[in-house]
Ligand binder design. Structure first.
Ligand code: CAO
Length: 243
């Protein structure tokens, strides 16, 4: 592709050049690789997490006793693991050279962590086999390690799917870039109170915006809509996860 030609910026004002960090450089390459190789589509959904949030808040004190901060993230991890199991077409990679689909029979999920040095994606292994406390604790430990630059390479490898949550920051929706060779990524934005029609009137409900970007070579729009619909159902009523 044609490169972007840089003008001499100093003709417009004062400038300073600095070297990219290694992490910045690697992230830039991998973003461009995914963006150019993967035909992206993003599917949006809002999940009503009013009940889930009430439950989460009721568990906060119990979490503090164990030194675990419980956020919506472990619940979203659990719901994604269930959805990946239900819809295995999301748990594949494509080998386009051999025209093969590689199915994965494990569920490891990456979580994007914002650090002062850039974006890092540690991986939680076997999410389907872990409970909410374990997932909350592991996410918290991995995020802390990421921020302290203490992650080992193996802790950043092997993800089947990624969750990128900007929910603690803000925004109503975004279109994440698939972390190729994975074929889908879930973006989570900040939950907010919205009026929801309930048959005879509007009621205030806490709505969580979800943005699922996927590789359209591996996944069709109908499958993506089924995936986000399932995630919505699970986040609105987690009882299905216990069955
Ligand atoms: N809606 C509303 N509030 C939310 C929320 C959401 N979707 N998600 C988290 N929150 C709340 C949490 O509950 C917490 O509030 P309380 O202390 O009152 O419970 C607060 O926001 C901060 O949460 P957090 O960000 O510390 O924790 P987390 O588990 O939600 O996220 C992590 C952890 C590591 C994903 C996050 O810190 C992070 O780094 N996010 C950025 C990821 C990123 O940069 N993505 C972009 C990648 S592409 O450039």
């Amino acid at each position: 592709i044609p490169g972007v030609k840089l003008p001499d910026f100093s003709q417009f004002g004062e400038v300073k050049r600095r070297a990219m960090s290694r992490m910045h450089s690697l992230t830039a390459d991998s973003m461009q690789r995914s963006w150019l190789n993967v035909p992206h589509v993003t599917q949006f959904e809002d999940a009503d997490i009013t009940d889930l949030e009430a439950f989460r808040k009721s568990q906060k004190a119990a979490g503090e006793k164990q030194g675990i901060k419980i956020t919506p993230l472990p619940f979203i991890l659990k719901a994604c693991a269930y959805a990946l199991r239900e819809q295995p077409v999301f748990n594949v990679s494509l080998d386009m050279d051999k025209r093969e689909v590689i199915e994965k029979h494990y569920i490891h999920i990456g979580i994007a962590v914002d650090t002062p040095n850039g974006l890092v994606v540690p991986v939680i292994r076997d999410v389907d086999k872990k409970g909410i406390w374990e997932l909350a604790s592991e996410a918290q430990d991995l995020a802390a390690k990421a921020r302290d630059k203490k992650l080992k390479p193996a802790e950043m490898q092997g993800a089947c799917f990624t969750i990128t949550s900007l929910g603690g920051i803000g925004g109503t929706a975004f279109t994440p870039i698939v972390n190729s060779p994975e074929v889908a990524i879930l973006g989570v934005s900040k939950a907010s109170m919205k009026p929801v029609w309930e048959g005879d009137g509007f009621v205030p409900r806490l709505m969580l915006p979800l943005s699922l970007s996927y590789d359209h070579r591996a996944i069709n729009g109908a499958e993506a809509a089924r995936f986000t619909t399932l995630l919505k159902r699970l986040l609105e009523d987690m009882r299905e996860l216990m069955m």
